[in-house]
Design a protein around this ligand. Structure first.
Ligand SMILES: Nc1nc2c(c(=O)[nH]1)N[C@H]1C(S)=C(S)[C@@H](COP(=O)(O)O)O[C@H]1N2
Ligand SMILES: [Mo]
Length: 187
């Protein structure tokens, strides 16, 4: 298999394992809204059509799950997180992003990782629209962190100056979750 580097304690597998905390309610794209709020100079709510008008990026990245598996070379396409930062203009004191899914899932991502050039709001995976169980219609993808930070069914990004923990972080998973530093749990 691939010769590329693997973070400590991980091994390669060929495809994703689906993890969902809840059943996913049905959604009509015409009702879809992405809410960008919190400590922003320009908070806004975007329709699906408005999202299509934003810049696009393609990112090829490995996907590292905290359970110990990594999938190489996934190709995601969507809106770069940098375009969201440019549009919403976070206050200088923003340190965390709380990411919300419409299944009720939340996860906290350090703003510094959110703002990396390989972070995106993905609407496609390997050349096709996101499959339903991988986050359709939109998913935050943060390749520089463990997979639980890549929230599926994205509906809101909340920009915060103080830490507020998400679903797994409340249960003891790491606030940052950098796989290269093996930040799996903090207690
Ligand atoms: N909205 C939402 N996003 C989520 C989850 C979830 O339950 N709901 N599970 C997380 C976890 S724990 C992992 S490991 C990855 C799994 O991604 P996959 O289901 O596309 O393989 O999604 C993450 N994103
Ligand atoms: Mo996970």
């Amino acid at each position: 298999m691939t010769e590329k580097k693997l973070p400590p304690g991980q091994s390669w597998r060929n495809d994703l394992v689906v993890y969902d905390i809840n059943a996913v309610p049905p959604l009509d794209l015409k009702d879809y809204r992405l809410r960008l709020f919190g400590r922003l100079r320009n908070p806004c709510t975007l329709s699906w059509e408005e999202l299509q008008g934003l810049p696009r990026v393609q990112v090829r990245a490995d996907f590292h799950c905290v359970e110990g598996w990594s999938v190489p070379d996934l190709v995601w396409e969507g809106v770069p997180a940098s375009a969201i930062v440019f549009l919403t203009r976070p206050e200088p004191d923003v340190v965390w992003v709380l990411v919300h899914g419409y299944d009720g899932y939340t996860t906290n991502v350090p703003f510094a990782y959110f703002a990396r050039p390989d972070t995106l709001l993905a609407f496609s995976l390997n050349g096709a629209p996101l499959p339903p169980h991988h986050g359709w219609p939109l998913r935050l993808v943060v390749p520089s962190l463990y997979a639980w930070k890549s929230a599926k069914y994205l509906v809101a990004l909340e920009f915060l100056s103080e830490l507020r923990r998400g679903y797994w972080e409340e249960k003891g998973y790491h606030d940052v979750g950098d796989p290269w530093r093996e930040e799996r749990r903090w207690r």
